[in-house]
Design a protein around this ligand. Sequence first.
Ligand SMILES: Nc1ncnc2c1ncn2[C@@H]1O[C@H](COP(=O)(O)OP(=O)(O)OP(=O)(O)O)[C@@H](O)[C@H]1O
Ligand SMILES: [Mg+2]
Length: 263
Amino acid sequence: MSKTKTICFANNKGGSGKSTTCANVAYQMSQEGKRVLLIDGDMQLNLTLSFFPEDEALGFVQSGNNLYTAIKDQKSLADFIVHTPYEGVDLIPSSTLMSSIEYELFTKWQREFILRKCLEPVKATGVYDYILIDSPPTLGGWVMNIMCASDYLVVPVEASPWGLFGLANMFDFVGQVRGIAPTLKVLGVAITKADERKNYFHQTVETLRSLEDVKLFETFIRIDSSIEWAQDNSKPVGAYKRSSRSAKEYAQLTKEIMNDVSR
Ligand SMILES: Nc1ncnc2c1ncn2[C@@H]1O[C@H](COP(=O)(O)OP(=O)(O)OP(=O)(O)O)[C@@H](O)[C@H]1O
Ligand SMILES: [Mg+2]
């Protein structure tokens, strides 16, 4: 078995902190001396924009050097890797054309496993300790591909009433994925955009703690404007402002994730 561990970040609720968490966990893993490959699985390009300014991100769309081309033509993802400005963090950029990926997958043989197959040559090199995949806010054939290519799933959840709505649907979907990819493990739920001044926040924590079979990570990522400033500068928050609260929280959450994966 490959020593590379693949972790996807998914939740069908939009704006739950998937891309922010994926980008910042990758950066913090690199700070621990690990080698990480990020895969931007969303047509919104948010993970790509976390490391590259808009013109460069759109350059990857125009040149065809992106995930969409690889999946559509079933090519090895090893040929689509770009280096980010951070040592140990590489990326496979997304494309706005990912909007039609479900259509592309539809006629393919064993269509749930295309991403897994395209990733095999990358894993075989043993270069990366972790592959982290960002998902779009949907549940369908493409997210099924992402989950089938992953060993672990992390679910970022925004501590809000609508943040919890739909979570049961997501776990039902994960159950279906497990039918064809039985090794997928739910690592846990990570609370993002937490605001401890709000009573509702505490109720959310209680609800998530009471979920059976699903672990809630100890570290909460609190609301922090440094995240938005970092994203505006195409940087992970730890690189933008190392002393910020969210940089420290992401460092802590990353340690929890790495610990659980190595068990
Ligand atoms: N801890 C935080 N503090 C403040 N703002 C945050 C925090 N985490 C995320 N955000 C902001 O919340 C918004 C949603 O975050 P993000 O894009 O990571 O969610 P997402 O789940 O990837 O969204 P989508 O479902 O659209 O892909 C972004 O504008 C981001 O800047
Ligand atoms: Mg996103």
